[in-house]
Design a protein around this ligand. Structure first.
Ligand code: ADP
Ligand code: MG
Ligand code: ZN
Length: 190
């Protein structure tokens, strides 16, 4: 059996990460490859059980409280019918254990596609929930990285940063266009 591949999609908010993840998943489903989609508990911006992009297009997802849920559920479903792909949205909201879990899933011959924010609103690498590792670690061990940009909400140039509106300083505050903007590096500094 061949070890599964690991593909990571990164970018700022509104860069189309979820759209790209779902696009790849659609193609895998057309090819009739058994695929499962996970999302973390924390992301309830639009819906409790769907993974939705900012255009409201979505697919049913299994909600995982922590990284171990993903392995447990994958093993359970894999027994019923061999899984070929595991998709994980909003990877940055999991604990660092997600790294070992992904390796274990790859070792079952299953491909893993993840997507998430590469930077917090301060422009630093996005740490996993327990702070032990960050998204940079995941990018480093990925076989392929898909790096997307958005449109700067101020000037219209390519945006690689996520700008938070307001004065909150916590790393994780869940929100959409009410709390965040995509910005280029120049407008991010303002
Ligand atoms: P992500 O998962 O990266 O946050 P989504 O895939 O959910 O992004 O949404 C991408 C969609 O967001 C785009 O197709 C576009 O319709 C919309 N959008 C809203 N604001 C912006 C922006 N500033 N730049 C690019 N797309 C934006
Ligand atoms: Mg998204
Ligand atoms: Zn700009």
């Amino acid at each position: 059996m061949m070890t599964g591949t690991l593909i990571t999609i990164v970018g700022p908010m509104f860069s189309g990460k979820t759209t790209e993840l779902l696009r790849i998943m659609d193609r895998e489903l057309i090819a009739k490859r058994h695929s499962v989609l996970f999302k973390p508990q924390i992301d309830n911006r639009y819906s409790e059980e769907d993974v939705l992009n900012h255009n409201g297009i979505g697919r049913k997802a299994i909600i995982a409280n922590d990284s171990h849920n993903i392995l447990d559920k994958t093993l359970e479903l894999n027994k019923q019918k061999a899984i070929e792909n595991v998709f994980i949205d909003e990877i940055q909201f999991f604990d660092s254990g997600i790294i070992e879990i992904i390796k274990k899933i790859n070792d079952l011959g299953i491909a893993v596609y993840t997507c998430g924010l590469n930077q917090i609103f301060k422009g630093e690498p996005f740490p996993f929930k327990d702070g032990k590792r960050d998204i940079g670690y995941l990018m480093a061990i990925s076989d392929q990285i898909i790096s997307l940009d958005a449109v700067c909400n101020v000037c219209g140039k390519k945006a690689t940063k996520t700008y938070r509106i307001g004065t909150d300083t916590e790393t994780v505050i869940v929100g959409g266009q009410d709390k965040y903007q995509a910005r280029c590096k120049d407008c991010f500094k303002k």
